[in-house]
Ligand binder design. Structure first.
Ligand SMILES: [Zn+2]
Length: 399
């Protein structure tokens, strides 16, 4: 392919992905009907890497010290553009976050991007990033330099809406336990120390705190151990909480206040508190607007309009936020389920295996591949994307 017309290349990219439709649909369906929890995604990792290997990608598995992670490359030299795949499911709910669509849109995009790389040079990388939901796999991979050499990163996430940008919060999990003293709850209550009272007091203290935090912040949790029997003063209780905020600074402040709720309840009841923050904190999503516009323009080719208004409500959190603090990144949402269907619900799981989701996967794969092609074609756009990132990071340092 020499001196190919730009519009010809775009057509060939789209056709190359269209030619994989049946195979992509099959892999999506396999992942969807075989949900694997974070860091246990062996089948999904096999299916995705097998696909990429047979399409001439160089596949390295177990990158970043995570057995189900992978890095698959095609081409050589700069620019190095990454497309990220997620493929973990949720406990009990299965693929209620639609990560089967993320995974297959990534490998579909890779096939199209390969067509562009053949013509234009550069490197396309598919990063297989496990354990998004609970562990923050991408943060662990970043810490192990698994993203070395990457210049730009992109992925899509299925949703009930189309949006070029996403509002994802910084967050960190907290595990707490209270240790009291068992006693007969009626016969000798004065001899006991009630670990459940400590937990309930903490829970209520957090409810009180919630009135006085920023609107965009979130605190939520569950009690996982509430005692053994109603006639025993509970000697042990446990809970998991998550604290979220719009930026890392407010997250730090809020974490201190939340912890004080538990400390205070421990003092009030005499129960001993043990706590542990999750190893990984998720960073907020830094949407690269220049890259988002490029992607949105390509989605327009697919007949999709991608709004840019960040919704005022938080979307939740994603470890793509961590990636976005290292490289210019996007994490657009693509309408893949009927309006109003919330993520992490049984309805979302069902919809993630249906025709609308498949269409979103194909459109996203094509738009990402065309975006890679644009980046390889236009060094000035790539420079603009990098400059936006640099200015944002500089502003954060000066703040
Ligand atoms: Zn998700």
């Amino acid at each position: 392919m020499v001196n190919m017309d730009k519009s010809d290349l775009r057509t060939i990219i789209i056709q190359s992905i269209e030619a994989e439709r049946a195979e992509l649909a099959r892999i999506s369906s396999n992942i969807h009907s075989n949900p694997e929890m974070g860091f246990e995604e062996e089948k999904a990792s096999d299916w995705l890497t097998d696909f990429l290997k047979t399409r001439e990608f160089r596949v390295m598995r177990g990158v970043g010290g995570l057995p189900t992670a992978f890095r698959a490359e095609y081409g050589k030299g700069s620019p190095v553009i990454a497309i990220l795949a997620e493929y973990d499911a949720l406990p009990k709910l299965g693929h209620a976050c639609g990560h089967n669509i993320i995974a297959t849109s990534a490998i579909g995009a890779a096939v199209g991007a390969k067509t562009a790389v053949k013509e234009l040079g550069g490197t396309v990388v598919v990063m297989g990033t496990p354990g998004e939901e609970i562990y923050g796999g991408k943060a662990m991979m970043l810490a192990q330099n698994a993203f070395d050499g990457i210049e730009v990163a992109m992925m899509v996430h299925p949703s009930s809406i189309d949006s070029a940008v996403v509002n994802a919060l910084a967050c960190q999990g907290l595990n707490v336990e209270f240790f009291g003293k068992a006693a007969h709850a009626a016969g000798r209550p004065e001899a006991g120390i009630n670990a459940l009272e400590a937990m309930i007091l903490s829970y209520n203290a957090i409810n009180s705190l919630r009135q006085h935090i920023r609107e965009t912040a979130r605190i939520h949790g569950i009690i996982t151990d509430g005692g053994e029997a109603a006639n025993i003063v509970p000697e042990h209780t446990a809970a998991n909480f998550i604290v979220r905020a719009q930026d890392d600074d407010y997250l730090t402040e809020l974490k201190g206040k939340v912890l004080d709720c538990f400390v205070g309840a421990g003092v009030a009841t005499g129960a001993r508190l043990k706590y542990e923050w999750a190893d990984v904190a998720y960073s907020p999503m830094l949407n690269n607007m220049a890259l988002a516009h490029l992607f949105a323009d390509n989605m327009q080719t697919m007949g999709r309009k991608m709004p840019f208004a960040l919704r005022d409500r938080g979307f939740g959190s994603t470890d793509m936020g961590n990636v976005s603090q290292f490289f210019p990144s996007i994490h657009p949402q693509v309408s893949a389920v009927p309006p109003g269907v919330p993520a992490h619900s049984p309805a979302f799981r069902i919809a993630a295996g249906e025709e609308l989701a498949l269409k979103a996967m194909m459109d996203s794969a094509k738009a990402m591949a065309l975006t890679v092609s644009d980046l390889l074609t236009n060094p000035e756009i790539l420079a603009k994307i990098k400059e936006e990132f640099r200015l944002h990071k500089q502003a954060a340092v000066e703040k």
